[in-house]
Unconditional design. Structure first.
Lengths: 108, 321
């Protein structure tokens, strides 16, 4: 199943985060970041498995640097968990699927 | 606990050594299982240390250079083409005390006649207070991942080897000034890399210096640099600090099972990839603290696959008598 990962942009970021009825995991990434590419399939699997309880989104820091700066992202991949529009947790650095699910367990 | 079908060959690790071993073992119809590791932002990850580099200029066959991650993807594809299988997880426990050899991934047990160990080495950190807290907030071990965020800032790189110089050169694309902090009075890096640093007007070098303190609450603001000759300290305002001070072999998994030297590198019999345990072979940086190049790792991976193949044949022939 493809297509359940939302692509965030400067234009839809606040609206998407604000309107979400579940926690939102936002993956800050870029094309030139090796570890970002390695976790991409994991992020997509989690999006499918957690559909309905977790919203998964990606933000390209090259294209939307203003959002990355707003959340002081200084290293990628950084994953930020939003609840009710607020950033509640920040995961810096790539990790395996089990580790990521473990980090997300307290939010979903 | 799940058991899995018995394997002829298991390869642990997936840098140039492990993937070359997998290519050779797969072409020898040994259907290797490669336990390739888990994604991570350190050099201990699938694809190994080259996943964190940019341009590789000294791998034969690529006259125009090749991106590190692309080279690793090609090696992986090449192994997969001949039937290697991949498990994107970390080996968590081993038992080489009896045959078949056993390797666990969490609670799942895998058995194999021969095991090729190619777990490589990972980056050393400075070991300073606040270092762990500031990783991702100005302190980085991956210039290619994080350099972009330091556009227009002054930053520092710690180290004196090829990777330190490569990172410093790369970071001048973003930073206004890069200071290399090195504890000796000359670099270990190759001549061509050194010249590149000396020729770059954005790179400054502080010889005989060590980073002794990190300053910053939410993010790194400055570093304290101590002169190793006279002990004087100076504060350098930098927004980023990139650590490239060397490596440590990933051998914790094999403590007590395989012979290691004083610094934790696996010991292989001269001129071969054989460890002290029959049927266990080691290749790449996990057993090499001298050369540590992608091409030497790949070469030793080839040796390990051939050694394993011959060992398996010999064992089979002996068993048939």
């Amino acid at each position: 199943m493809v297509g359940n990962v939302i692509t965030l942009t400067t234009d839809n970021f606040d609206e998407t985060i604000g309107a979400a009825t579940t926690p939102v995991l936002v993956d800050f990434w870029a094309e030139w970041c090796g570890p970002c590419k390695q976790i991409d399939p994991i992020i997509r699997e989690i999006a499918t498995e957690k559909a309905g309880v977790l919203t998964v989104a990606k933000l390209n820091v090259d294209d939307h640097g203003d959002i990355a700066r707003r959340f002081q992202v200084m290293s990628i991949p950084t994953m930020i968990v939003f609840k009710n529009g607020e950033a509640v947790d920040r995961l810096v650095g790539a990790r395996g699927k089990m580790a990521l699910l473990g980090d997300l367990a307290k939010h979903v | 606990m799940a058991a899995h079908p018995h394997r002829t060959v298991i390869v642990i690790g997936s840098g140039p050594a492990g993937l070359t071993a997998a290519v050779y073992a797969a072409r020898a119809a040994l259907a290797p299982l490669v336990i390739e590791g888990e994604p991570s932002s350190t050099s201990d990850q699938p694809g190994g240390q080259l996943m964190l580099t940019t341009e590789v200029e000294n791998f034969p066959g690529f006259p125009d250079g090749v991106q590190g991650p692309e080279l690793m993807q090609r090696m992986r594809d090449q192994a997969a083409r001949f039937g290697a299988e991949f498990l994107t997880e970390k080996a968590t426990k081993i038992d080489f005390s009896s045959h078949p050899h056993r390797v666990w991934v969490r609670d799942d047990e895998y058995t194999a006649d021969a095991v090729i160990v190619s777990t490589g080495a990972r980056s050393l950190m400075l070991g300073l207070p606040d270092e762990a807290r500031l990783i991702g907030h100005g302190v980085s071990t991956c210039a290619t991942c994080d350099g972009f965020f330091f556009r227009g800032q002054e930053i520092a790189v710690v180290g004196g080897g090829d990777s330190a110089i490569e990172e410093a050169s790369f970071l001048t694309k973003f930073a206004t000034k890069v200071t290399i902090i090195h504890r000796r009075d000359k670099f270990r890096a190759s001549k061509i890399m050194q010249q590149r640093a000396f020729d770059n007007p954005k790179i400054a070098v502080r010889w005989n210096s060590q980073v002794t303190r990190l300053v910053g609450t939410d993010k790194l603001a400055a570093i304290e640099v101590t002169d190793t000759q006279n002990g004087t300290t100076q504060t350098l305002a930098v927004g980023g600090l990139f650590v490239a001070i060397g490596h440590k072999p990933n051998t914790d998994l094999f403590a007590g099972a395989l012979d290691m030297d004083d610094t934790g590198y696996l010991v292989t019999q001269p001129g071969s990839s054989r460890t002290n345990v029959a049927g266990v072979f080691a290749c790449g940086d996990v057993q090499d603290h001298t050369y540590r190049q992608a091409i030497t790792a790949a070469g030793s991976g080839c040796m390990a696959a051939i050694d394993a193949e011959r060992w398996l044949e010999h064992r089979h022939a002996t068993a048939a008598k």
